[in-house]
Design a protein around this ligand. Sequence first.
Ligand code: ASP
Length: 166
Amino acid sequence: MEAKWKEWLKTSNYQPKINLENHDTIGMLCIDKNGDLSGACTTSGLGYKMRGRVGDSPIIGSGLFVDNEVGAATATGMGEEVVKTVGSFLIVELMRSGMSPQVACEEAVQRVVAKQKGKPSFQVGFIAVNTARVVGSYSIHSGFSYTYYENGKAINKPSKSIYKTI
Ligand code: ASP
């Protein structure tokens, strides 16, 4: 495996490899009975990454942001692109200015896509919740889903996306 990675380094031109369903970040957003918010984000990052690469997940504001007065958001997918928009912070700020979690997630995904020429080959997805317990999610491509848990019931919900297929 290390030999393969070293071979890849010679020609990669730093085009990190992540396919649409190769992202594995798990982001969790919680709101308790008192209305207090919390969040967590964990990832293995990308395969074939450069030494020292830091994705979006460990950067507060990019992979995760929680503001107890407003709401919380977290990201999965191509971290390099999420970092460029500070996506989770962006979503919380958009919610602060009155957007619903759904519309805020859509705006954040659109900003990621707007930096690309044409249809991106990578995935980025966000989920968000506000203090009114309203949730939202959106991704570039279909296939992203999240689990909504309340009153002992967990429901898996597919996220809306810009593109239905690759
Ligand atoms: N967001 C992660 C990163 O860029 C990758 C993933 O979602 O699996 O490090």
